[in-house]
Ligand binder design. Structure first.
Ligand code: GDP
Ligand code: IMO
Ligand code: MG
Length: 427
């Protein structure tokens, strides 16, 4: 069973980086299939902490080939600063492969992201300001720039002209900004071409050949299910498909090849940016989750909004991704609460609702219905097996598993690689 997808089951920041790194030592390829440097994946190895944005977390495992798939959007300046940062710390990054079909985040995409948000004012999405949405918009509008375009100056110039035509009108006439010069953009992009060249590959062919040879391929999602452009809390979402199907389109691998889909699930809930969040807490419990869980954005440094676990969301993630397993993270953060509320259903306009409503208006009105589960006070960070957990922590995990609709195969009890309880092996 060679191909596994590992993705966020909530609104991102579930601990995907740690989970990917944990498996990285046993897999041959780790592939990012969507998103870009809006992601912030933390990996802790011994006393070393790494924050990865664009690079797959497998880059820290020497035996593993990291791949940036066609579905990813690549900001070359960020790519090189991330690679340099890792090289300075002694990490070998020479095996990296980047799809020639991946789209490039250009400086004008970053500008458009920022001015659009400013223009939206109170209705802003709260994006990471990294140019993600405008780059995917150009891709869908068929005026995007791909990595392969950097190797043909004439084509690149024509494409940048086409992309800037409408944007300069918008920037000067609507947003009151200066027009962006085609030549300047082309020059900057061409400046990356030679440095990128050693990494550019036909990643679809490489990955499919690897799968034919029974190599193990892990697809690492960015963001999370509820941030998915199709299945998330639109319009407060990102502009790609973090859900399982995105791994197929974003890497060029057929669904028949995927054998396991692992949802990374935090033992409580967090969200960054705007949008509905039924279990959000505005009291000292929310503050305590933020403090104990270290819930501050890896990419933008914003405080994360925090709330109790939401089983309606988890069930939804199981359904839209066809999850085979969950990896439950940050259970240790819940140590010390006497009672832990868990949202089992919503009340919407006086009615009990068990599943995520498809209507945005209903979701905005959803009030959580809580069940209180008994807490524990023992330190669980040294637990190595399920049996090492206190009875109430075991019962909390079992209750979440039952409500969420897929087995919990691993539990995180700390940020480090070895602070993990493995229940069923993923490989
Ligand atoms: P990602 O975007 O899904 O990779 O998650 P982030 O790295 O943005 O946020 C997860 C944070 O939780 C990071 O600081 C991790 O080091 C940390 N983390 C991951 N798993 C655990 C865990 O089981 N317990 C604790 N205490 N921290 C964890
Ligand atoms: P990881 O991979 C949490 C959120 C932003 C904003 C919305 C759209 O670390 O889990 P974008 O810049 O993508 O257009 O912003 O999506 N967002 C994330 N939230 N974790 C992430 O990544 C995120 N990437 C984007 O805060 O609400
Ligand atoms: Mg993150």
């Amino acid at each position: 069973m060679p191909a596994l997808v590992l993705l966020g089951a909530q609104w991102g920041d579930e601990g995907k980086g740690k989970a990917t790194d944990l498996l990285g030592g046993s897999v041959d390829y780790v592939v990012r299939y969507q998103g870009g440097n809006n992601a912030g994946h933390t990996v802790v190895v011994g006393d070393q902490k790494y924050a990865l944005h664009l690079l797959p977390s497998g880059i820290l495992s020497p035996g593993c080939t990291p791949v940036i798939g066609n579905g990813v959007v690549v900001d070359p300046s960020v790519l090189f600063s991330e690679l340099n940062g890792l090289n300075d710390r002694g990490v070998d990054t020479s095996k990296l492969l980047i799809s020639g079909n991946a789209h490039v985040i250009t400086p004008y995409n970053v500008t458009v992201d920022k001015v659009t948000e400013r223009f939206l004012g109170k209705r802003k999405i709260g994006t990471t300001g990294r140019g993600i949405g405008p780059t995917y918009a150009d891709k869908i509008n068929r005026v995007g720039i791909r990595i392969q375009d950097l190797y043909d100056e004439s084509i690149l110039t024509q494409k940048v002209e086409a992309a800037l035509d409408g944007k300069n009108q918008l920037l000067t006439k609507v947003f009151n900004r200066r027009a962006i010069e085609v030549e300047q953009v082309v020059e900057e992009l061409l400046g990356y071409a030679d440095k990128l060249k050693p990494y550019v590959a036909d990643t679809v062919l490489v990955l499919n050949q690897a799968l034919e040879q029974d190599k193990v391929v892990l697809f690492e999602g960015g963001q999370g299910t509820l941030l998915d452009i199709d299945h998330g809390t639109y319009p407060f979402v990102t502009s790609s498909n973090p859900t399982a199907g995105g791994a197929c389109t974003g890497a060029g691998v057929g669904p028949t090849k995927i054998s396991r889909v692992i949802g990374i699930l935090k033992a409580y809930t967090t969200r960054v940016g705007s949008g509905p969040f039924p279990t959000e807490l505005f009291d000292e419990d929310g503050e305590a989750l933020r403090r104990i869980g270290g819930e501050r954005g890896v990419t933008t440094g914003r405080d994360r909004r925090c709330g109790w676990f939401d089983a309606v969301i988890a069930r939804y993630a199981t359904r839209v991704n066809g999850l085979t397993d969950f990896f439950l993270t940050k259970l240790d953060v819940l140590t010390g609460w006497e009672q832990i509320p868990v949202c089992v259903a919503y009340e919407i306009d006086g009615k009990r609702v068990e599943e995520l409503p498809y209507s945005q208006t209903d979701f905005h009105h959803a009030k959580p219905i809580y069940e209180n589960l008994p807490g524990w006070s023992e330190d669980i960070t040294k637990a190595k097996t399920f049996a090492d957990l206190p009875k109430n922590a075991q019962d909390y995990v079992k209750a979440l598993e039952e409500m969420s609709g897929a087995p919990i195969s691993a539990i995180g009890v700390g940020p480090g690689r070895d602070e993990t309880i493995e229940i069923n092996s993923f490989l």
